[in-house]
Each structure stands twice: as C-alpha cells, then as structure tokens.
Design a protein around this ligand. Structure first.
Ligand code: AVI
Length: 315
C-alpha cells in the first residue's frame, strides 16, 4: 500500500498546476533549516512575535481573565523550540498561576528537546508532552472540561489554504468549552519590500528549505530529482496578503519515481507551488471566525505592527 506521503506527493505532481504540500518540509534537515530561518535578519516574524511575549505577556494574561485559583490547561499546538512560549511561561509562573503546560507536536524529537530544556529552566512547571497532529489532539481534548488556553503561534495558520484555515477554526471552536481562550499569532499584511525578503533571504537558507523537499522525496520515495535543475521563486501579493513559494524547473526534464515507475514531466519555467504563507488583518480573521463560536476579544501587536497576537474566546 502506498504511504500517505507518497500519495500526497504523487497527487500533487499530477495536479495542473503542480503542487507539493508544505507540511512535508519538516524532516530532520527541514527542521534544522527552519530554525536557521527563524534567526535570519529578513525573517521578521519570529522576532516580532518574541517581542510581544517578551514585553507584553502580562497584558496578554490579563486579557485571558484567568482566576488564579482555577487550574487550567495551556495547550500549545506545534510547539517547536518553545522560545516565545518560555517568555510567557515565566510570567505565568512568577505570578503563581495554577496550570499545566501541554505542548503538542508531530515531532517526538522536538518534544523531547523541549521537555528537557523546560525541566532545566522551570523546575516547578507541570508539563506533559503530546505527540500527534492537531486535528487528532483537538478531538481528544473535546471531552476534557478543564478550562483551556490554546496557543497557536508563529503564523502557522497562514500555511493553510483559506478553506483549510476556516475548517481548522471550526474544529478548534468545536473542541473548546464556553469561556476557553485561544492565543493566535498571525503575520500582518504589509508591503512587499518587507514580506518578500523574508521568503527570499540573501543567504539562501529559504531556498535550501524549499529545495530540501525534493531531497526528501528522492530519499524516501526513490525519485531522481536533479536538485540543481530547480530554482526557488517566492511571490507576494500585497492586495490579497498571500505569499507563495514555488520551485521552478530550469529546463524541460523528466523525473522518475523508481519505487513505482511513475514519470513526471516538467517544462522549462514550469512552477510547482510548495507553500502559501497567508498574512492576516482583522477583517480576514473575523470573516473566517464567522462560522465558528470563536470571537476576537483582543489584539496585541509588536512595536512595528508587523505581527499580531489575537486573543479569541469561545462564546
Ligand atoms: C511555519 N511557517 C509559518 C513559516 C512561514 O512563514 O510561512 C514557514 C516558512 N516558509 C518559508 N520560510 C518560513
């Protein structure tokens, strides 16, 4: 039987225009490249969101309206290295809130590293890691009535197509009880000269990140992509607020998937869409929340208004 990875990749390449799902960027090499991206001078997103948690965590906490005597679960979807969250956890602990931290990630490796560093830095913190995908975990937490704060940071929602993001928000809303809160980190719509370099950095790290998907396909699906025959080509539309990353074929070429003898043809200049990174404003977010029981109750921004932490409440 074909793996889900193989099915998704082959189906994407059968599409016209061709697509590849960005969720497959994150093998061990992709994870390491993404950590590098987060430190790039052009990749403003991580710095802007970190600034919010580093300087305005108290403000965020006040908007969550949590009673200090009431235990709650702080659930983080896609925890990564937790740098931004740690700034937030520190303030919660300093102020004696009664909570358990539940980071969820698809990568057990990332969770193990996070748990270790959390134990070192925050002796008192009650942490329980959960390995899995968001949708599965959202289903599991439905029956748990402990008050919850869900963190979904890093503009990760932006990597979903609009209909997928709306679907995700409906599922998130359905998994929560009245009064539960969400902290949603979203990149703002802003001029091209700021956004585009974030996806086309001068050191070529984002290019390597995009091309690594072909490496992964070669390694795991016995394909024979000639990596140097493809280029990284990002675009950004200021009107829609959507950045798209493409791989562009530098010549007419064929790629064989030796595992099952499928051949894909690429024309010179043909583009494969590998990622969308949507940026949000209040209007777009609110229109997506329309079909849910989540309501925006506050928005906290960094000093340049590059990034927003939205506080949503399940009503
Ligand atoms: C994880 N995600 C929000 C990143 C983004 O900005 O879309 C992934 C990324 N792709 C290229 N650079 C970073």
């Amino acid at each position: 039987m074909k793996s889900q990875f193989r099915l998704d990749i082959e189906n994407g390449l059968k599409n016209s225009p061709k697509t590849l799902p960005s969720k497959y960027f994150y093998d061990a090499i992709g994870d390491a490249l993404f950590v590098k991206i987060m430190h790039l001078p052009e990749y403003y997103l991580t710095r802007a969101e970190f600034e919010i948690f580093n300087t305005k965590s108290k403000n965020i906490i006040s908007k969550l309206e949590i009673n200090k005597d009431q235990p709650f679960d702080l659930i983080e979807l896609g925890a990564g290295d937790g740098k931004k969250t740690k700034a937030f956890l520190k303030v919660l602990l300093d102020e004696d809130y009664n909570f358990k931290y539940l980071p969820i990630d698809i990568s057990q490796n990332a969770l193990d590293d996070l748990e270790q560093s959390i134990h070192k830095e925050f002796l008192k913190l009650n942490i329980e890691t959960i390995q899995g995908n968001y949708f599965g975990v959202l289903n599991d937490i439905k029956t748990n009535t402990t008050p919850k704060v869900i963190m979904f940071l890093g503009s990760n929602l932006g990597n979903l197509q609009d209909h997928e993001a709306q679907d995700f928000l409906i599922k998130l809303s359905n998994a929560l009880q009245v009064g539960d809160k969400v902290i949603m980190g979203l990149d703002t719509i802003k001029p091209k000269d700021v956004v585009l370099p974030a996806y086309n950095d001068s050191q070529g790290v984002t290019k390597a990140f995009n091309l690594n998907l072909l490496n992964r396909i070669n390694n795991e699906l016995e394909a024979d992509f000639e990596i140097e025959n493809f280029d990284h080509s990002p675009e950004y539309n200021e009107e829609t607020g959507i950045a798209k990353s493409y791989l562009v074929s530098k010549e007419d070429q064929e790629v064989t998937f030796n595992g099952d003898n499928i051949i894909f043809k690429f024309q010179k200049g043909e583009k494969i869409l590998t990622e969308i990174s949507r940026k949000y404003n209040d209007e777009i977010l609110n229109s997506f929340l329309n079909n849910t029981k989540l309501k925006q109750i506050s928005k906290i921004s960094d000093s340049k208004n590059y990034f927003n932490s939205y506080i949503l409440e399940r009503v």
